[in-house]
Design a protein around this ligand. Structure first.
Ligand code: FPP
Length: 246
């Protein structure tokens, strides 16, 4: 079976279960088109809609998107404000369709530091979709992987000091259940657009055995065809997890 006739190389029975995307290049796209940076982020949000729908339709289990890092607060106030209002707009306009598609939304990151309207929209999206059983859509907002691991360490320490856990029982599963992605599998495929080849503090624990792809296309220009190409490239990789091939 193939995803569509224009991409006969894609085998839908061997898709990555968990795809993570660093949507990079919005700023460069805006500059290239002599537009304000906010327009780059707006076009980036539009590109995102098709990728979410396709992931849900193809039966991918988890899709994790890096929308706003803990470091992004250091950008100019106008850009931060533009990103925050785009997020609000996105959640208001997409939530009904995502819910209908049985998508479950999880926010990765600390919502408490967000403006009240954004915090409320994100919490409502999580609560409304929490019983859904389709695509797990993880949106990282005010997220940093090191902060996530520190938070996990603190949660485990609290369980130990309350007498509910003994230090010998802390293993990789115990850490994983304290991450924002608890209950979901590790990342199989990480895509970062725009040609940059860094993880930038995204899902460091979950990417231990991820396959990485760094297409040069800028995120607002990323289409379904690029996504299918990335998935087909993933299917050609040999994943050995440190072992020898049979
Ligand atoms: C990186 O491009 C992109 C971001 C920091 C923001 C990504 C956000 C979106 C695509 C939209 C908001 C998300 C949701 C869920 C509505 P960059 O600005 O760093 O690009 P540059 O490196 O070319 O400057």
């Amino acid at each position: 079976m193939t995803a569509d006739q224009s991409n006969p190389a894609l085998d839908l029975s061997r898709l990555p279960r968990h795809v993570a995307i660093i949507m990079d290049g919005n700023g460069r796209w805006a500059k290239k088109h002599a537009l304000q940076i906010a327009m780059g982020h707006r076009r980036g949000t539009e590109a995102l809609r098709d990728i979410i729908r396709a992931s849900s339709d193809m039966g991918i289990s988890s899709l994790s998107l890096y929308a706003f890092s803990t470091e992004n607060w250091g950008r100019p106030a106008t850009e931060v404000e533009a990103l925050m209002s785009l997020m609000l707009e996105f959640f208001h306009s997409e939530i009904d369709e995502l819910h209908q598609k049985n998508v479950r939304i999880t926010i990765l990151g600390d919502k408490d530091a967000l403006p009240p309207a954004q915090k409320e929209a994100l919490t409502t999206a999580e609560t409304r979709t929490q019983a859904n059983t389709g695509l797990r859509l993880n949106i990282a907002i005010n997220y940093g992987a090191r902060a996530e691991m520190v938070r996990a360490a603190r949660m485990l320490a609290q369980e130990v000091s309350a007498g509910r856990l003994s230090p010998e029982d802390i293993d990789e599963n115990a850490v994983a259940r304290c991450l924002y992605t608890a209950g979901q599998g590790d990342v199989d495929l990480l895509i970062r657009t725009s040609g940059e080849m860094r993880l930038s503090n995204f899902l460091l624990y979950q990417c231990a055995y991820a396959e990485f792809l760094f297409p040069t296309v800028l995120w607002p220009d990323f289409t379904l065809a690029h996504y299918h190409q990335a998935l087909a490239a993933y299917q050609k990789r040999s994943r050995r997890y440190g072992k020898r091939e049979e």
